[in-house]
Write a protein that binds this ligand. Structure first.
Ligand code: AVI
Length: 328
């Protein structure tokens, strides 16, 4: 690369990074001005947040990842047998891609292309080194829909895509937004393409609550890191010790909500957002929702988003459903 080309690509990268900081600052300003203060859950996942989430997936109280992996391990051959014969795989929010290994092996073939999409470059680097013996790995450090556009642009003649959206990440969308997202996803696919989507099912509230408020405090650290991230990236002065993690089951909306509760009356300043924000004792910032699903609801979502249901596998130890949908 010439010196000039290098300087211009560096400037572009800097511009993108500045735009990301401005967007983060603007979202923080908007979210903290609401009567129920909130911060978008996508900001939980910087490099430290992604590592803490990876640790959550190993907690004995958090059954989602193991249920998802069990289903994929036990039913990989059944799932593969329902896929079109020439298929390339895209995974939204792959992380290190550990759960996907079984299905990639079951699909097989000499030149299986796998496009893991994630915001964590570290997780994707591990994903590539772990799975490159099974598939040609094309990591994409991008948002879901941008990554989808990049991957589907590489569709070859006669080929279909299998999109994987595992781990019940669909539950982190508000129900209405989940449907809009699935419709957008459907819009970026063609008839013959398929979606494998994992969804956590409603279960006893105590079991769900402890999964999001583990006694080791890993989920608490994951949640509090959001304030740490604001301090690091936006020049905030949050005292993390003056907030505590809280998980709540909202029965009416069938979701676990994570909040950060202020332990005292306090004020924080966020330089990049030019914002001073006050908290009363007990006031919370709502940081995440994890919606839980009924089986009948999942089939309705497929129908409304333009998919047909081709298969469903349920884990009995930790009620969780793996769903295979085809583009109609
Ligand atoms: C990524 N997502 C499906 C997780 C969940 O269960 O909602 C994120 C998480 N939040 C706290 N623990 C795990």
């Amino acid at each position: 690369m010439s010196t000039q080309a290098f300087a211009s690509s560096k400037t572009k990268a800097e511009e993108n990074a500045n735009a990301r900081v401005r967007q983060f600052a603007s979202d923080v300003r908007t979210g903290l001005a609401k009567p129920q203060k909130e911060l978008h859950s996508k900001y939980l996942y910087d490099e430290l947040g992604s590592s803490l989430f990876e640790a959550i997936t190993h907690l004995p109280e958090y059954g989602i990842t193991r249920a998802d992996e069990r289903l994929l391990r036990r039913h990989a051959d059944d799932i593969a047998s329902l896929l079109p014969s020439r298929v390339a795989v895209i995974e939204l929010g792959s992380g290190v891609g550990q759960k996907t290994r079984h299905l990639l092996q079951a699909i097989g073939g000499d030149a299986l292309r796998y496009y893991p999409i994630d915001v964590s470059a570290d997780a994707l680097a591990r994903c590539e080194s772990d799975l490159s013996e099974i598939a040609e790995v094309h990591p994409l450090v991008q948002s879901y829909l941008d990554g989808m556009a990049r991957a589907t642009a590489e569709r070859q003649a006669g080929e279909s895509f299998l999109v994987m959206f595992l781990g019940s990440t669909i539950g982190n969308f508000e129900r209405k937004c989940a449907l809009e997202f699935l419709r957008d996803l459907r819009g970026s696919l063609l008839p013959g393409d398929m979606l494998l989507i994992g969804a956590d099912l409603v279960k006893e509230p105590d079991r769900m609550l402890v999964a999001y408020d583990d006694p080791t405090g890993v989920t608490g650290a994951f949640n509090l890191n959001l304030l740490g991230r604001i301090n690091r990236e936006l020049g905030g002065d949050f005292q993390l010790r003056d907030f505590e993690h809280q998980a709540r089951w909202n029965e009416q909306q069938r979701r676990i909500e994570m909040h950060l509760r202020s332990r005292l009356n306090q004020t924080a300043f966020i330089a990049e957002a030019d914002l001073t924000v006050s908290f009363r004792t007990g006031e919370t910032i709502w940081t995440e929702s994890s919606h839980k699903f009924q089986l009948s609801e999942l089939d309705g979502m497929a129908e409304q988003a333009g998919f047909s249901v081709e298969g469903q596998w349920i884990d009995r130890d930790w009620p969780f459903a793996e769903n295979l949908w085809a583009v109609r």
